[in-house]
Write a protein that binds this ligand. Structure first.
Ligand SMILES: *Cc1c(COP(=O)(O)O)cnc(C)c1O
Length: 230
């Protein structure tokens, strides 16, 4: 099956999931997760209509971004874990950073963004299940963290992101998606940020339809577009 065929199927899946819960399918952005995917396949994905590529690894992005070059409407997001010393090379190169895990990281981003004269859009990664091996804010700490991060003038908190615990059964992760949405709603209601606490980045190849039913505004889909990674 071609990438274009797969994208078609995913778009249909997004549409159906949104309509099941009375949402407008246009409120869900498909972010193609591009780790390990070659530039030529990314060009194919672009030609199939994909416009946002999400990279995990800076080094890969630094090879792919120039290989593909600037194209109409094309944007790159950073979705992977960030090492402190890489932050200076990430800020400004990606329209949105999905994976900010600490106040310290946000502070470092703010410093770089100030130097280059931009405001960097970020999402705060939430460790909804409190897993030890994962980064991210625990739900109880996020309000304090937002109070601090919102004082950094060169970052804009646009929403929340999560990577729920792995499960073979997508229904098992529904409660985590639902929890992230409730957290977003309660933060947005209290207007704690100036960046607009709107986005919910959640759902991947196996469970994007469930994430959308639970309110995802961005789904990060890799293998369902590009095939299994080695
Ligand atoms: C790889 C990755 C994805 C996509 O995973 P698939 O199961 O291939 O769709 C989404 N988000 C992040 C952070 C990833 O690293």
């Amino acid at each position: 099956m071609s990438i274009a065929d797969r994208v078609q199927i995913i778009r249909e899946g997004i549409r159906e999931a949104a309509l099941r819960v009375g949402r407008d399918p246009a409120t869900v952005q498909l972010v193609a997760a591009t780790k390990t995917v070659s530039p030529s396949l990314l060009v194919e994905a672009y030609e199939a209509g994909l416009r946002i590529f999400g990279e995990n690894r800076l080094q890969e992005a630094q090879e792919k971004i120039p290989a593909i070059g600037p194209r109409q409407g094309l944007g790159w997001h950073f979705i992977g874990r960030m090492q402190r010393r890489k932050i200076k090379d990430i800020v400004g190169k990606f329209g949105l950073i999905h994976s900010v895990e600490s106040v310290e990281q946000a502070h470092a981003i703010d410093g770089v963004a100030e130097k280059i004269g931009i405001q960097q859009g970020i999402l705060l990664e939430v460790n909804v299940a409190g897993e030890e091996n994962k980064g991210g804010f625990v739900s109880n700490d996020i309000e304090d963290a937002i109070a601090k991060i919102d004082r950094f003038p060169h970052v804009a908190i646009r929403g929340l992101m999560t990577l729920p615990p792995f499960s073979d059964h997508p229904e098992n992760v529904r409660p985590y998606f639902s929890e992230l949405r409730q957290l977003r709603d309660s933060l947005a209601e209290r207007k704690l940020t100036h960046g607009g606490m709107i986005e919910l980045s959640m759902g991947m190849s196996g469970d994007y339809h469930i994430a959308i039913e639970e309110g995802a505004t961005m789904v990060r889909v890799g293998s369902a577009i590009f095939g299994q990674r080695n």
